[in-house]
Design a protein around this ligand. Structure first.
Ligand code: SAM
Ligand code: SF4
Length: 346
């Protein structure tokens, strides 16, 4: 592992790192949740995620399904039981349903989900359902075609809506909608998206816009959780916070006066790092302990270089042990990682 810039306090000595038992970091956080990116490619070009003229990885750089499954199998005995497939756009990876079936067959994986932009969902939903997938997160920032085009630099809103319809009909549950919250855009979308979600039995979550895309981010561009809540309260009546479960879910949930919920992922205004239980495996096989990490562990070289299981597990433990306290976005110390969102996996 290479440390680019020694900005933060050095992690506790490796001598005190546990070499058996669950994946715990120096702050006592248990890691049970792995996000697996299956590609950095995408059929949209969201302004907040990637550059218009993005250059994608060569296909041989991507981990094979067999490599992903080997890695996941090694993490299950360490307590990882939750996997989310993401990207880039995971549905542009050929035969994704085969990976879904392979992951569903791993004893100990109790929760498998997929985050998608929904463009290819209508045509792939049935295959994914048959392979064992049940949980979906679909990104939908707007219900207006012209705003969709402005944000994604592509057409396709109708295809996303059709994907949502087909997924509901097939019985996927829960279906969550992710909407990035950007000042100057989201204000007009909050109430229509909330109505759409309420009418269609979908769990809407707003995500505060984060500094992880190719574009220029500044705090003033974030449309904050508090503002969203005020808008929702004006339209639907005062919302009540839902008591948090184990605290590891990034979304704070709120209940409408007449029932039903909405979630807000307030990564900027209310960071939830102190409960983070997530690790991320990039499509090119790098393990990251944080979305904003400045360092990563090269799992692909280990997988392709003949490393034994023990060595790979040790590398994972070291990655977790090096995890910092939190992302620092609200401080002058924050450094944007070299990777943008689509090359990490959201
Ligand atoms: N392509 C799929 C999609 O869009 O759902 C999966 C990958 S995408 C990187 C995962 C999630 O990250 C999406 O919900 C997307 O809206 C969100 N996202 C991307 N860039 C973001 C940013 N700068 N701030 C907040 N969320 C972001
Ligand atoms: Fe593609 Fe998802 Fe990034 Fe949009 S947010 S460009 S759909 S990877």
């Amino acid at each position: 592992m290479s440390l680019r810039i020694p900005l933060f306090p050095a992690p506790a000595s490796l001598e005190t790192m546990p070499t058996c038992g669950p994946l715990v970091d120096t702050f006592g956080r248990l890691h049970t949740n792995l996000r697996v990116s299956v590609t950095d490619r995408c059929n949209l070009r969201c302004t907040y995620c990637m550059a218009e003229d993005v250059v994608f990885l060569d296909r041989q750089e991507l981990l094979s399904f067999e490599e992903i499954v080997r890695f996941v199998r090694l993490l299950v005995p360490l307590g990882v039981n939750k996997i989310r497939l993401t990207g880039g756009e995971p549905l542009v990876r050929r035969d994704l349903d085969k990976l879904v079936a392979m992951l569903c067959a791993i004893p100990g994986i109790t929760d498998l989900s997929l985050t998608t932009n929904g463009i290819l969902l209508a045509e792939q939903a049935e295959r994914l359902y048959r392979a064992g997938l049940r949980r979906l997160n679909i990104s939908l920032d707007t219900l207006r075609p012209e705003v969709f085009r402005q944000l994604t630099r592509r057409q396709g809103l109708e295809r996303v809506l059709e994907g949502i319809r087909v997924a509901r009909q097939l019985g996927f549950r829960p279906i969550k909608l992710n909407a990035v919250s950007i000042r100057g855009i989201t204000e007009e979308e909050v109430v229509p998206l909330a109505r759409f979600a309420r009418e269609n039995d979908l769990e809407l979550r707003f995500i505060e816009y984060m500094p992880i895309g190719a574009d220029h981010w500044e705090r003033s561009k974030v449309y904050f959780a508090e503002e969203i809540l005020q808008q929702l309260a004006r339209a639907f009546g005062p919302l009540r916070p839902v008591p948090v479960g184990d605290g590891t879910a990034p979304a704070q949930e709120w209940e409408y006066p007449d029932g039903g919920r909405v979630g807000i992922i307030a990564s900027i205004s209310r960071p939830f790092c102190h409960h983070c239980n997530r690790l991320r495996l990039t499509a090119d096989g790098k393990l990251r302990h944080c979305l904003f990490a400045l360092e990563e562990t090269d799992v692909k070289s280990l997988l392709r270089g003949g490393a034994n299981d023990k060595d790979i597990v040790l590398a994972v433990r070291r990655c977790v042990w090096a995890k910092w306290e939190g992302h620092q976005i609200n401080t002058a110390r924050f450094l944007k990682p070299a990777r943008t969102m689509h090359t990490i996996g959201g």
